[in-house]
Design a protein around this ligand. Structure first.
Ligand code: ATP
Length: 260
């Protein structure tokens, strides 16, 4: 396994509180790795440091051997390490297709202002972006709702649109923050299949933070477990399910049991 991401001795302190303490692990190219742990374990904080939305207190994150921690989030995204956009970044008054096209502009040399006011650079990119947007929309199975306003979409489709916006930035590593939250069983299984296709058909390495244990066990090649800011385990789903420290951590929490 050649590591595409290396998390090395990463620590984050918020005043007196240690949200992540000396966390180290590696992520292999085209791996699906989940970070799990009870509420407040430090998962989101770790994700924010990997995507550089938060600075590390100490330690570093390397992407293909080069340090990316503490660059701007935009610079990290341009290198290909992309956190899926939260739903709040979806333009509700635009259609699905328009949202995905705008996301292409956000990563390209043409400015967003160019998109709205029709600069020549923006016009030159327009056809390529529209074609790429349609390809992504097709890949995610959103073709039937491409011309639907985002404000009319149900939760499952909004989540898929968030993923389409992430894909528009052409990621090498995609960080998914609770991709199954609020989904019923069928929606979750569709999203599991979709995440697998991101890896299998587009070669994307996927890191996810998730509380839905059955989905995590189904989708992950490997799992890293945090508890109270510490990494307490790392291994395959079968290894994690049998790990005493993990079982203990979950028994003492409000989260669902670690079983399937
Ligand atoms: N900006 C912040 N300032 C101060 N403390 C913070 C900040 N962000 C997170 N924390 C604290 O850091 C700890 C870890 O929080 P984090 O959100 O990373 O946990 P989590 O594992 O993602 O939790 P959850 O599963 O509930 O989302 C918590 O005690 C939280 O209160």
């Amino acid at each position: 396994m050649s590591p595409i991401l290396q998390i090395r001795h990463v620590t984050k302190r918020f005043d007196g509180l240690v949200a992540n303490n000396d966390i180290s692990f590696e992520v292999g190219e085209r791996e699906i790795l989940s970070v799990i742990g009870p509420n407040g374990a430090g998962k989101s904080t770790l994700f924010k440091m990997i995507s550089s939305f938060l600075r590390t207190t100490s330690g570093e994150v390397l992407f293909r051997g080069a340090r990316i921690s503490n660059l701007s989030p935009h610079a990290v995204a341009r290198k290909g390490v992309v956190r899926t956009f939260q739903e709040t970044t979806i333009f509700r008054s635009m259609t699905v297709r328009e949202n995905v096209i705008v996301a292409h502009h956000l990563r390209a040399r043409a400015s967003l202002a160019g998109f709205f006011f029709g600069s020549s650079a923006a016009r030159a990119d327009e056809a390529a972006f529209a074609a790429s947007a349609d390809e992504i929309i097709g890949f995610l199975g959103l073709g039937a709702i491409a011309d639907e306003l985002a404000s009319n979409l149900p939760q499952g489709h909004l989540r898929a649109l968030g993923m389409a916006i992430g894909l528009a930035t052409n990621p090498t590593v995609l960080l998914l923050d609770e991709p199954f939250a609020g989904m019923n069983h069928d929606e979750t299984m569709r999203m599991v299949a979709l995440v697998r296709r991101l890896r299998d058909e587009r070669g994307i390495t996927v890191l996810l933070v998730e509380h839905d244990m059955p989905a995590v066990m189904k989708i992950s090649d490997r799992i890293v477990v945090l508890n109270f800011g510490e990494k307490i385990a790392e291994g395959t789903p079968a290894e994690i399910q049998a790990n005493e420290r993990v079982i203990e951590a979950y028994l003492g929490s409000e989260d669902a049991a670690i079983g399937m």
